[in-house]
Design a protein around this ligand. Sequence first.
Ligand code: ADP
Ligand code: ZN
Length: 731
Amino acid sequence: MIARVIVDISTSDVDKVFDYIIPESLDLHVGDRVKVPFGRQKTEGFIVDIKESTDCSHPMKEISAKLDDFTPVLPEMIDLLWKMSRENNLRLVDVLRLFIPAMMRGGRVREVKRQFVTLAEGVSYEEAISKLKANAVNQRGVLSRLSEGGEWAAVLGEEFGFSAVSALAEKGLVKVEELTKRRRPHVGAMPDKVVTLSDEQQAAVDEIMRGKKDTNLLFGVTGSGKTEIYLACIGEVISAGKTAIMLVPEISLTPQMMGRFRARFGDKVAVLHSGLSDGERYDEWLRLLRGDAVIAVGARSAVFAPIKNVGIIIIDEEHDSSYVSENNPRYVTSEVAEFRRAYNGAKLVLGSATPSLDTFKSASEGKMGVITLKHRINGTKMPKIEIVDMCAEIRNGNNGILSARLLEAIGVTLESGNQSMIFLNRRGFASFMICRKCGKVMKCDDCDVSLTWHKQDNLLKCHYCGRPYIVPDRCPDCGEKEMRFGRVGTERIVEELQARFPSAVLIRMDKDTTRKKGSYDEILSAFRMGEADILVGTQMIVKGHDFPNVTLVGILDADMSLYYEDYHSAERTYQLVTQMSGRAGRADKEGIVILQTYSPRHYIFSFAKENDYLGFYRKEINIREVTNFPPFTKIVRVLVVSESEERALELTKSMLAKVRSYQKEHPERFVSVTGMKSPVKRIENKYRYQILMRLTRKEEQETLTAVYDIVNAEEKKNASVFVEINPQNMN
Ligand code: ADP
Ligand code: ZN
């Protein structure tokens, strides 16, 4: 028999399937990892097909060995492999690598076998004891321990000495066998809170499990009981003998969250996230593959969990940008989830309080069902949102970062013994330009997105069309000279607050304070336990945490993401404000949110204030439609990176010409095509150029394939080329 093998070497010239002879001595299946001769060396590879004969003309080599005693890649994943490599233009081996724990390659992580001791078969505790001398204290100790059940030899040895164990084994009184010792990630135990689902929740479960649509958007405000609905659905699915995948944004994978799953489903849950050691990750993955665990809980990559017979896939906080992988291999989690849903005849749930525009549009077109939860489960009101006009602050002589209203509210909160969270909205390293007096933001005349300041050449640029603008020396609207490039750090806010409230205890949470493993959870639990009065942080403090004593949330520079050079800006800002507000007053205490902005009249804030997602959606989707932005178009960026600027430029020009001629043949499929330097034109000493196109949604997959063909046909010596679809980050 012949095996078709993809070798584990990631370069474009080896990215094909090679035929090998299967020797009689090996029992091999599709999905196995094998060792094969390749060139003058041996390398690892994956069997993706087995067939009778070959049309290969030159002599074939034999597979040398099988690498694992299980089949790591399921048939379903082989189908997914073909689809992803075709549609996302990925190397086959790069896709395969997504399906297995990284350290499995090259045999860098293995199952750990350890000696496990039990009473020998047919030997009772009393009988064994009667055969020992009275002074054999340690051996008696071992037996007494084993009378309660088996134990690892290492544990017994530590307590009673290894000689006691081996003496018992020699006498045939105990049995020692090699067992797999699983490295289990530590998850804080949490008692399972048994709740009776509300009628609204039960109806949601029924709709998800037995409703008309296999895919549903679960649209419910924070605290509306979505997680309980997930738990109930998963419970049903596993009672029916099927498996489940629960995806959450990496940053929401808190011990609390995992504790809830462990409490309900115990050992049936395996967790997969980046905080695990390689050994833990491997063992959790293997428990899933072997069927010992049937629920995979994890971040984005858990969508590839090695489980058969999937009954439900849940994507919580579906709007979160972490579900789109930004690095090679690029993929969109919900697309993979949809493939697995269809393959398994499973259910798919997308949960959010602020669905992405894409998802909500699909839902309103009937492509998926919508289940709406309008109320918080314990009847707490949504917090009151107050908007503070920062331009007015300046006019009143306050040039600081914190408004008088916010400072007053922090003071009141401190006095009442409650906690505050101050959120600094800051993204990326690009900055926009804003007039400190009237709030005017410099925008592109053609694209209606804010311009980004480029320090290198002191220009403002549009990241969509590339058009440069001279930095104005005064505000074009009001003539004010003090224009500024927005950007403040958390450190400065902490300093200001501390000076203002000397006795308050503050903690700061940002990239700098959370570098160490576990520090993220430590900071949050310290805050939750009341060890600080005020938490100041970036993005990281936004998500999925339940802080019962927080009654005040301050959002600084809410416009920062609004005028970020990205068409998603408004959407992101709405999501952020809503999520952040969800942190205030969750328990029995009512909360307030104070939102500081230079554009208090922006529609985003009025919708956020009223908690009116639908109103926001209608307005925003309309803007996207008139301005030709996604979901009405697809933005495709071909990024060219090279150490040689000449090379990058030459390659970009060559591909641009080909794209342009394709555009001429199919003008209806394009809104625009431009070639230019990337917004950040040099990163890590490499020059970056790009071709940016906006595709209409007509025959989009076909156009994409054509673009991939153009890119793949190019000789890419000394350069790398990446194709990104709707990139989240346009640096
Ligand atoms: P969401 O995921 O929408 O934010 P959760 O499922 O976490 O909401 O629910 C919020 C809080 O309400 C949790 O503490 C949860 O245990 C509790 N809760 C949810 N459903 C019920 C219920 N039916 N009865 C009592 N408490 C509930
Ligand atoms: Zn102005």
